[in-house]
Design a binder for this molecule. Structure first.
Ligand SMILES: [Zn+2]
Length: 80
């Protein structure tokens, strides 16, 4: 089930989508060079996965079924 999120900055309704920070090239390079740094870099990239607003890039949009999300829906004038 895709829970909708609302951007607290611009009010854009965000469909959850994960973005991964870092570079796949660096990851492959580290894997080729050493096993352990490659593994650590992979884990770091996975740990930095976060949702962002596609309209303004603000991280961590708020779920619309949370109290804060409902307040934001009202603030940005969305009708339920
Ligand atoms: Zn936004």
């Amino acid at each position: 089930m895709a829970l909708k999120l609302i951007c607290p900055n611009c009010g854009y309704l965000v469909r959850p989508k994960k973005v991964v920070k870092g570079s796949i090239l660096i990851e492959v390079f580290l894997w080729l060079l050493f096993i352990i740094p490659g593994l650590l870099y992979s884990l770091w990239r996975l740990s930095t996965k976060t949702s962002v607003c596609p309209a303004c890039g603000t991280p961590n949009p708020v779920p619309i079924d949370s109290p804060r999300g409902r307040k934001l829906l009202d603030e940005f004038g969305y009708k339920k």
